[in-house]
Design a binder for this molecule. Structure first.
Ligand SMILES: NC(=O)c1ccc[n+]([C@@H]2O[C@H](COP(=O)([O-])OP(=O)(O)OC[C@H]3O[C@@H](n4cnc5c(N)ncnc54)[C@H](OP(=O)(O)O)[C@@H]3O)[C@@H](O)[C@H]2O)c1
Length: 253
């Protein structure tokens, strides 16, 4: 049943972390194309990003906001500024993430903590910052980008896989807490996507991986953006606590 007093706005307000490049850029662009007002979160070079956003179709609905996941104050500041400027925050995409790949015998505690801090504590900080406003407006779409390795594990990525598996469990838990408030919490789990993160992989690794992907290619940021747009839509209100794989068939549930 729809809450009649809770009319949805004509324009939804979205925030994407790490939106200056890679998957985040494609996701933010996709949400702009879907007609939303989009805040492109970035932690540096805001001026350069502002001019790129202004040049996009629908760029007049794009805003740039400084946001560093390692810095709680910058997260709270970004969300406050969005609420001040737009009055609401409807869609959060936890996209920003890092890798510090090493076999466990060589992995320092700092390598482990750094990845957990950005990839898992970062989304916790983000969700905590937007949850009250979303609960108040009785509407929200929270979408986090995990990874196929969050389920399968991956040699050399114990820190990264732990962060992504944790992000999936975290999202399911929050979905249970806010299901009655019109807020859905979901995860998109990409396989190998063409971005800076995979650009440095040696040829031997790339060809080995391609052999295991049924569609025999890496995915694109736009293909991740498509899944995010789907989950961000008001019509996706009956999907929550889900992990949507977008991996060319690399790992089938
Ligand atoms: N590419 C893949 O194959 C793949 C596969 C599965 C999952 N994913 C996940 O998809 C997401 C995006 O990956 P990508 O390939 O687009 O990565 P990418 O090209 O390396 O971009 C990473 C983004 O995260 C931002 N970022 C890193 N640390 C941050 C921090 N402390 N605060 C705020 N922003 C920060 C970066 O900002 P700067 O530009 O300032 O560094 C950049 O915008 C990540 O969560 C990644 O784990 C990627």
């Amino acid at each position: 049943m729809r809450d009649k007093d809770n009319a949805l706005p004509a324009l939804f307000t979205a925030l994407v972390t790490g939106a200056n490049r890679g998957i985040g850029w494609a996701v933010a662009k996709g949400l702009l194309e879907a007609g939303h007002q989009v805040y492109f979160g970035c932690r540096s070079k805001e001026e350069e990003l502002k001019s790129r956003v202004a040049d996009l179709p629908g760029g007049e609905r794009g805003e740039v906001v400084r946001l560093d996941l390692n810095d709680s104050a910058s997260i709270d500041g970004a969300v406050e500024s969005i609420l001040h400027r737009s009055g609401r925050v409807d869609i959060l995409v936890n996209n920003a993430g890092i890798v510090r790949d090493k076999l466990l015998v060589r992995m320092e505690e700092a390598d482990f903590r750094e990845v957990i801090d950005v990839n898992l504590v970062g989304p916790f900080r983000m969700v905590r910052a937007v949850l009250r406003p979303m609960m108040k407006q009785r509407y929200g779409r929270i979408i986090s980008i995990s990874s196929v390795v969050g389920t399968t594990g991956n040699a050399g990525q114990a820190n990264y896989a732990a962060s992504k598996g944790g992000l999936e469990a975290f999202s399911k838990s929050v979905a249970l807490e806010v299901g009655t408030r019109g807020i859905t919490v979901n995860v998109v789990a990409p396989g190998f996507i063409e971005t800076d993160m995979t650009a440095g992989l040696p040829e031997s690794v790339t060809s080995g991986v391609l052999d295991r992907i049924p569609v025999r290619r890496f995915g694109t940021g736009e293909e991740i953006a498509h899944a995010v747009r789907f989950l961000a839509d008001p019509a996706a209100g009956y999907i929550t606590g889900a992990v949507i794989p977008v991996n060319g068939g690399l790992a089938m549930p």
